[in-house]
Design a protein around this ligand. Structure first.
Ligand SMILES: Cc1ccc([C@@H]2N[C@@H](C)[C@@H](O)[C@H]2O)cc1
Length: 449
C-alpha cells in the first residue's frame, strides 16, 4: 500500500440507507437528449457512422454549425409525464438523465453559461419537470453530467502551458458552479453520473476533484457518485494506486457486462446499455443489431445476479417523443417485470454455482432465491448446486405458485429440478425456498431411490 491523499476514502461497500436503496433498484433507464437529437446522426444528408451524440466531432460538421442547433431546440411535444409513465410501466426504479453532455448544451437554465435551454426557442427548464414527473411515479433521478465540455472555450484536453492552466482553472470553477447549481436546483436527485473525465486535463486535477466530491457530499448527504468522477494523484481512475475503488460504485461497465462474480471485486456497479450497438442520443437510422426484449431481459438478470444494476438507454426524438421501437421494448420488459419483479428488485448475488440454464438471484427482502431461466435444456433437468449447508425446502413457479417441483437430490448439495413438459417460450422464474442443513424441519429431499 502507498500513502494516497486523493485515492479511495472508503474500503468496501457503502452500508448506509441511501446506498441500500440504490443497490435494490435492479433496473434503471438512461436518457440521452439534447442538441445532438436534432441531426439524429445525419448531417447534410450523410449518415455519421459514430455515436449520434458525438456528431459535433465529425469532420463534416463545423462546430459553429452544430452549436447553432440551439436555435432549433424546441421539443413542442415534450411531456415528462408520458416519459415517466413509460418508465413506470417498464418497471424502472431510477432514471439517469443527461443534464449536459460533451457538447456543453445545458438542459437546465444554468446561470453560468448562455448555452442552455433558456436561450433556445423552447426557453423552459427540462430537468426540473423531468425530475418532478419521475419522482411522482416513484422513480428516483440520477443526474448525468459531462465534465468535458466542447463548447466552453476554457476546456482543455491537456494542460501544457501557463495559458492552459489559467483557462482550465476558470473551467474548474465553472464546473464546480454548475454542479453546486444542479444539486441546489434539484434536491431530490439521488446521485450524479459523471462522464467525460478521461482526458489528461481532468485526470491531473486529483486534489480539486477530490475536494469537489467532498463538497458535493457535504451539500447533499447520501449523494451517490460513481468511480468515473475522479483520478488519484498518480492518474489512476476507477481503482486507485492501491487497487481500491474510488466513489460509491464501479462505473466501468458501459455496453458490457461482467462474466463472473470475481469480476466485480465485491463492489456495487451499474451497467449502462444501448439498444442498438452504440447509439446513446437519438439516431434516425439504427444500423446493425438491435437488441430484443429477451436479450435485454437476460442482460438485466445477469447484472442483478452479479450484484449490479442494469440501466437501459433511451434516446428521445427532437420533438420530445420516444421512438416506437423504444416504447415497444419498454412495454415488453414491463410485461415481464409485472410477473417477475420479485426476482429483480432487492436482487443480489445468490452464491449458487452458475448453471447454463440461467441465473440465480437472491432477494434480500424475501430471502428467497430465484432461478431466472433462459435456456431450457433438452433434458428438461435444471441442475442446482446449493451453497454449503443449504438445502431446498420448496420450489415453485413465480408466475404460477401452484406449479411446484420436487427437486431430486443427486449428490452433495446438488439437485435436479424436473421441468414440466410445457415450458414457456419466454424467460421464466422458479422460486427456491431454502434452509440451512439441520435447521429446517427436514434435511431437504430424500436421496433419489
Ligand atoms: C469513447 C466514449 C466516450 C464517451 C462515451 C459516452 N458515454 C456514454 C454513457 C454516452 O454518454 C457516450 O456518449 C462513449 C464512448
Amino acid at each position: 500500500e502507498i500513502s494516497l491523499q486523493h485515492g479511495a476514502h472508503r474500503l468496501g461497500r457503502r452500508n448506509d440507507a441511501d446506498m441500500a436503496r440504490w443497490r435494490a433498484y435492479g433496473l434503471g433507464q438512461f436518457i440521452h437528449w439534447g442538441l445532438y437529437s436534432i441531426p439524429g446522426g445525419e448531417w447534410n444528408g450523410k449518415i455519421y457512422n459514430g455515436a449520434a451524440e458525438w456528431i459535433r466531432t465529425w469532420k463534416e460538421v463545423s462546430p459553429q454549425a452544430y452549436d447553432s442547433l440551439i436555435y432549433r431546440f424546441n421539443p413542442i411535444k415534450f411531456n415528462p409525464d408520458s416519459w415517466a409513465a413509460v418508465a413506470g410501466r417498464m418497471g424502472v426504479k431510477y432514471v439517469t438523465i443527461t443534464t449536459k453532455h460533451h457538447d456543453g448544451f445545458c438542459l437546465w437554465p444554468s446561470k453560468y453559461t448562455n448555452f442552455t435551454v433558456a436561450h433556445s426557442p423552447y426557453k423552459k427548464d427540462i430537468i426540473g419537470p423531468l425530475v418532478k414527473a419521475y419522482n411522482k411515479q416513484g422513480i428516483d433521478v440520477i443526474l448525468y453530467f459531462s465534465i468535458m465540455d466542447w463548447h466552453n472555450p476554457d476546456w482543455r484536453y491537456d494542460i501544457k502551458t501557463r495559458d492552459d492552466s489559467i483557462a482550465f482553472n476558470r473551467f474548474k470553477q465553472f464546473t464546480r458552479n454548475q454542479l453546486l447549481e444542479l444539486l441546489t436546483r434539484y434536491p431530490t436527485a439521488k446521485g450524479l453520473w459523471f462522464d467525460g473525465t478521461w482526458d489528461n486535463s481532468w485526470v491531473k486535477q486529483a486534489a480539486f476533484a477530490d475536494s469537489l466530491e467532498t463538497e458535493m457530499r457535504k451539500l447533499r448527504p447520501g449523494l451517490i457518485i460513481g468511480s468515473r468522477f475522479r483520478a488519484d494523484e498518480y492518474g489512476k481512475r476507477h481503482f486507485d494506486s492501491n487497487g481500491n475503488l474510488m466513489g460509491d460504485y464501479e462505473q466501468g461497465w458501459e455496453r458490457k457486462i461482467p462474466e463472473k462474480i470475481e469480476d466485480v471485486h465485491g463492489n456495487d456497479w451499474d451497467c449502462v446499455m444501448t439498444i442498438p450497438e452504440n447509439q446513446w442520443g437519438y439516431a434516425k437510422t439504427w444500423s446493425g443489431h438491435i437488441k430484443t426484449a429477451d436479450e435485454l431481459l437476460e442482460m438485466l438478470a445477469k447484472c442483478v445476479s452479479l450484484d449490479g444494476n442494469f440501466v437501459l438507454n433511451f434516446g428521445p426524438k427532437p420533438d420530445g417523443t420516444l421512438r416506437t421501437e423504444e416504447q415497444t421494448l419498454a412495454k415488453a420488459i414491463g410485461d415481464w417485470m409485472t410477473v417477475n419483479k420479485e426476482a429483480i428488485y432487492n436482487g443480489e448475488y445468490a452464491g449458487f454455482a452458475k448453471q447454463d440454464w440461467g441465473y440465480f438471484i437472491k432477494n434480500t427482502g424475501t430471502n428467497k432465491t430465484y432461478m431466472v431461466i433462459f435456456n431450457v435444456p433438452v433434458s428438461g433437468l435444471l441442475r442446482v448446486t446449493t451453497p454449503l449447508h443449504t438445502v431446498i425446502n420448496k420450489a415453485y413457479d413465480l408466475g404460477n405458485l401452484t406449479q411446484t417441483y420436487t427437486p431430486e437430490e443427486i449428490g452433495t448439495s446438488t439437485y435436479f429440478i424436473h421441468l414440466h413438459q410445457q415450458t414457456p417460450k419466454k424467460p421464466f422464474v422458479i422460486v427456491l425456498e431454502t434452509g440451512e442443513t439441520g435447521k429446517s424441519h427436514g434435511t431437504g429431499y430424500e436421496k433419489a431411490k
